[in-house]
Write a protein that binds this ligand. Structure first.
Ligand code: FNR
Length: 371
């Protein structure tokens, strides 16, 4: 169907399922074990309801914000998803281009199909990009990548901490991964791997399961970029990250692709804000220690709920992959435009004029129980 007949982010998934190469669909859509967490990620937002304010002058509403101090046209960023060329020959470049047009931030994955430099070179002057990092067993490779990224102007380093081993994604494992074509995976970690067990397993053997809290000191010594842990799932770890002086955490379960029965990000968010207030007196959103959430976000209402509950911004993954697989960068632009339209309407209906207005009193989260 033509793009203007696509009305929401779910539509992109339905179309991609019918039209994408089977291998790409298997890799993008798959999740761990019985895929319970993936389903829960979106469903968890259904437990949060709104308490709109009436009779607010909402002639003008503004949902732009700042993420790690950088402007974003909405409290949403494009999160890191590997292997963009499985879905479209231009791979992650589709995301870079659409992000530029809409003034949103792209997180470049370590395992992008396009090379890191290609994605940085494609950015417009002033366009902000972050880097998602998988830490290599060979730290000299990681150090080189991190310092190169800093030199190239990357504004935030998101270290993935929920993947000491890749989860079992059986849909993907049933596909044999034959990326002899180097265009599908950039050189990172693709040497000497087992290609018989799906795309994810094939590309991930370089990731260091030995990564631990002590390594964070080392990261501090090699870069001045803000450090954020991606994949935090309990308040105790968020508190440790805060105490170590990190810039923030992403409350995420990797789109349900790692530990099945991990809780949804929005559920963990409620717990984290409560306990960090109790133990450190922190209130959120907080400029010094920012909370991000990803997983299952498909509507501006989902985003608004997370922001009202204290997140600075929210990451979206699969919908953009599905959008570019069928429509290239124009699909991603359309997805972002849909979100803009949804923000405008829902901010008005909530009686919220700006992101600063999105406070906890606008939601009823009593169906989400803290730990
Ligand atoms: C991911 N994700 C991910 N995360 C990460 O830290 N490094 C990576 O290489 C990848 N790769 C990746 C590939 C694909 C196909 C998917 C779907 C996801 C996880 C991603 O950053 C994010 O946590 C989830 O995708 C968010 O959930 P939704 O928006 O996809 O539901």
């Amino acid at each position: 169907p033509p793009l203007d007949e696509i009305l929401n982010l779910h539509d992109f998934e339905a179309i991609a399922r019918q039209t994408m190469p089977e291998k790409a669909w298997a890799y993008y859509s798959s999740a761990a074990d019985d895929e319970i967490t993936t389903r829960e990620n979106h469903a968890a937002y259904h437990r949060v309801w709104f308490r709109p304010r009436i009779l607010v002058d909402v002639t003008k509403v503004d949902w732009s914000t700042k993420i790690l101090g950088y402007k974003s046209s909405m409290p949403v960023y494009i999160t890191a998803t590997a292997l963009g060329k499985l879905g479209h020959p231009d791979g992650e470049l589709n995301l870079t281009r659409a992000a530029a047009k809409h003034g949103v931030i792209q997180m470049i994955p370590t395992l992008a199909s396009c090379s890191f430099d290609e994605l940085v070179d494609a950015a417009r002057p002033g366009q902000v990009q972050f880097l998602q990092l998988y830490v290599n067993k060979d730290r000299s490779i990681t150090k080189r990548l991190v310092q190169h990224a800093e030199k190239r102007g990357i504004r935030g380093l998101f270290i993935t901490v929920d993947a000491p081993q890749l989860g079992r994604r059986e849909k993907d494992m049933r596909m044999k991964f034959e990326a002899e074509d180097p265009s599908e995976v950039s050189k990172a970690g693709s040497r000497g791997v087992d290609r018989s067990q799906g795309a994810a397993r094939a590309i991930s053997s370089f990731i260091d399961p030995g990564l631990n809290w002590k390594d964070l000191e080392w990261f501090r010594s090699i870069t001045k970029m803000p450090l954020i842990l991606k994949g935090v799932q309990r308040w105790e770890d968020a508190l440790k990250a805060y105490d170590l002086g990190l810039a923030g955490v992403v409350l995420s379960n990797h789109g349900g692709r790692q530990l099945d029965f991990a809780r949804s990000g929005v559920e963990v968010l409620v717990e984290v804000t409560e306990y960090l207030k109790r133990h450190r007196g922190l209130t959120f959103p907080n400029e010094k220690f920012q909370l991000f959430v990803d997983g299952g976000v498909r509507r501006a209402t989902d985003v608004i709920k997370a922001i009202a509950l204290g997140a600075t911004a929210v990451g979206i993954g699969r919908p953009f992959l599905y959008a570019f697989s069928s429509y290239g960068s124009e699909g991603v632009e359309r997805a972002l435009q849909i979100l803009h339209d949804e923000f405008e309407m829902n901010m008005r209906l909530l009686g919220a004029r700006s992101v600063a207005d999105l406070a906890p009193d606008l939601v009823d989260a009593s169906n989400i129980h803290s730990h």
